[in-house]
Design a protein around this ligand. Structure first.
Ligand code: MD3
Ligand code: FE
Length: 217
């Protein structure tokens, strides 16, 4: 029966879902912060606009990206790298909000990686049809640090592969407020995102925003 008595209570915490050792989905972990996180993204975007990077191979990525924090992930003809300056503006990336730092730290700790202090936050924006093909994240200095990913807005299906590109990938739905932590033996897994389906979310419209926290330097 729905009497509306519990409408203002925070969502009950859900049990962590382990994909494999080192990789865990924390359903709804960022839900109470979602509106504040998106407001911070609007501020970041005003100083460092979303752009479609061109891969070193010359292909335009369908995901739109920007960064905040001391280091941002960029693509150049010579390859991918992390750098302190936004090539589009010539200025340093916007500061990483303390809310972002705290969320990344708390999520990592909940997954067993205490003391995570990210120096890079990649902000990915997906529209319906946008995809991210299978890849590994190998541009960071030290693979001992985990990666924390926060999903906001319309749903996506995440592809969770193996150690080889050809390994069969599992499909993991990622919803608004979900946080995933990847570290240890899972850190170099191939992964990607299937093309997003048409959808609307009250806070993001027809977009999915993914915050990816890393220790890059
Ligand atoms: C698994 N982003 O930015 S987030 C990326 O939803 C990226 O925007 C996806 O893959 C997205 O590189 C997935 C999660 C993610 C990030 C890094 C990982 C998953 C990972 C590194 C190793 C294994
Ligand atoms: Fe990745």
């Amino acid at each position: 029966m729905t009497l509306g008595l519990f409408d203002d209570l925070p969502p009950a915490p859900q049990a962590p879902e382990w994909l494999e050792p080192g990789a865990v989905v924390l359903r709804g972990f960022a839900l109470p912060l979602a509106a504040d996180l998106l407001q911070a993204v609007a501020h970041i975007e005003a100083h460092a606009p979303f752009r479609h990077l061109v891969t070193p191979g010359g292909k335009r990525m369908s995901v739109a990206m920007t960064n905040c924090g001391p280091l941002g992930w960029i693509s150049e003809r010579s390859g991918y790298r992390y750098g302190p300056v936004d090539p589009e503006t010539g200025k340093r990336w916007p500061r990483m909000p303390s809310l972002f730092q705290q969320l990344a730290r708390d999520a990592a700790e909940a997954a067993g990686f205490a003391g995570f202090a990210p120096d890079a936050c990649l902000v990915n924006r997906y529209a319906p049809g946008t995809r991210l093909s299978l890849h590994q994240d190998r541009d960071e200095g030290n693979y001992a640090h985990p990666i924390v990913s926060v999903s906001l807005g319309i749903p996506a299906v995440f592809l969770w592969g193996g150690a080889q590109r050809a390994d069969k990938a599992r499909r993991v739905p990622l919803l608004h407020g979900d946080v995933v932590v990847w570290g240890g033996p899972a850190r170099l897994r191939f992964h990607g995102v299937l093309p997003l389906r048409e959808a609307e979310h009250p806070l993001t419209g027809a977009h999915r925003i993914n915050l990816t926290f890393r220790r890059a330097g």
